[in-house]
Unconditional design. Structure first.
Length: 190
């Protein structure tokens, strides 16, 4: 069937739409759904997503701490609709490249990538095509380049893809300089 477009008198352009990515919860399909929500961002202009994987509860879909969700949605509107110079998005992976025993994950224009809890970065896994399994890998911000993460894949035989925060309830801890968390993602390696 053909898709129809509703025209609202007096409204021009694309209506902005901001949504909340699923939080962490022990439901097996949630990493896939979170990644589909990330990919939805490129569907049309005017979309924005507040990442909440850091706010979830392993057993309760209605987690208690809602204030950060509202603040993250407000940042979306302030930056994308009202043009305020605020950081509204958490890190969104753009590309992953295999180089000399390392995978470099590019986060585009993100600045100040770091672990939210001040410890080591967790949540990165790389598929070894030789055994068909994803393996947790050591991750660190590339010194002097605040938008690249380097993953050590020297122990893997055939690195094929990288994923992040792929557990239903995740403790993944990558944030940007504004403290906004990174989205779940799955990317093939180039």
């Amino acid at each position: 069937p053909a898709m129809t477009t509703t025209v609202i008198p007096g409204l021009t352009g694309n209506l902005p739409f901001y949504y909340v990515q699923l939080s962490s919860l022990n439901r097996t399909s949630w990493p896939i759904f979170r990644d589909s929500q990330r990919r939805l961002l490129s569907a049309r202009p005017g979309l924005g997503m507040a990442v909440t994987s850091d706010l979830g509860d392993p057993t309760d879909v209605h987690y208690k701490n809602k204030k950060p969700v509202g603040e993250r949605l407000a940042l979306q509107a302030l930056a994308k609709h009202y043009g305020h110079p605020v950081v509204a998005d958490g890190p969104l992976a753009q590309d992953a490249v295999l180089v000399d025993g390392f995978v470099l994950v590019d986060f585009g224009t993100q600045k100040g990538l770091h672990a939210s809890d001040g410890t080591r970065l967790v949540g990165f896994e790389v598929l070894d095509a030789a055994d068909g399994y994803y393996h947790p890998v050591e991750a660190q911000v590339v010194p002097g380049v605040s938008d690249l993460i380097r993953l050590d894949v020297s122990a893997l035989r055939e690195p094929a893809s990288v994923r992040y925060a792929w557990q239903p309830y995740t403790r993944a801890n990558l944030v940007n300089g504004a403290g906004l968390p990174a989205s779940t993602f799955l990317l093939p390696l180039r």
